[in-house]
Design a protein around this ligand. Structure first.
Ligand code: HEM
Length: 117
């Protein structure tokens, strides 16, 4: 089954808008990547200053390929990235941690019975 990579971003209240705008500006950055299955930017509603960047992939290899190719490109500018002399905006996130999971079981509306794969 698929794998899930969740990037946990610590975002101070006053940086939320900046972060969300930067993600909006990257719309389309991941959709056509090989093995990409799902992306969600999850805004915290109460009690925490951590956003979750939920992504799901066909395999670990597909994720690694995205990270070393298009994923790197998607992170250039708008915080993070390299330092090749050009002025870069400050990251909105003050910290990031990557969580990795294997999907053990899943359900979707309209499906019934055990999964066939
Ligand atoms: C699980 C996969 C991902 C990892 C490991 C990852 C990694 C990171 C890290 C380390 C940061 C914080 C440092 C920084 O500001 O650059 C960040 C922020 C960001 N990422 Fe990702 N990312 C992932 C998925 C995505 C996807 C799918 C998109 C685009 C659709 C994306 C777009 C952005 C944007 C716009 C920021 C905000 C930069 C800021 O202002 O703080 N990321 N990501």
């Amino acid at each position: 089954m698929s794998i899930v990579k969740i990037n946990v971003l610590t975002v101070p209240e006053e940086q939320r808008e900046t972060l969300e705008k930067r993600f909006a500006a990257r719309a389309g950055a991941v959709e056509n990547s090989d093995g990409f299955e799902w992306f969600e930017l999850l805004r915290p509603v109460e009690g925490t200053d951590t956003y979750l960047v939920y992504t799901r992939w066909r395999s670990e290899e597909d994720f690694q390929n995205w990270m070393s190719g298009q994923g790197q490109a998607a992170h250039r500018g708008g915080g993070g990235g390299g330092t090749e002399g050009t002025e870069r905006p400050k990251p909105a996130a003050s910290g990031a941690t990557l969580w990795s999971f294997e999907v053990v079981q899943q359900a979707a509306p309209g499906q019934s019975g055990p999964a066939t794969e």
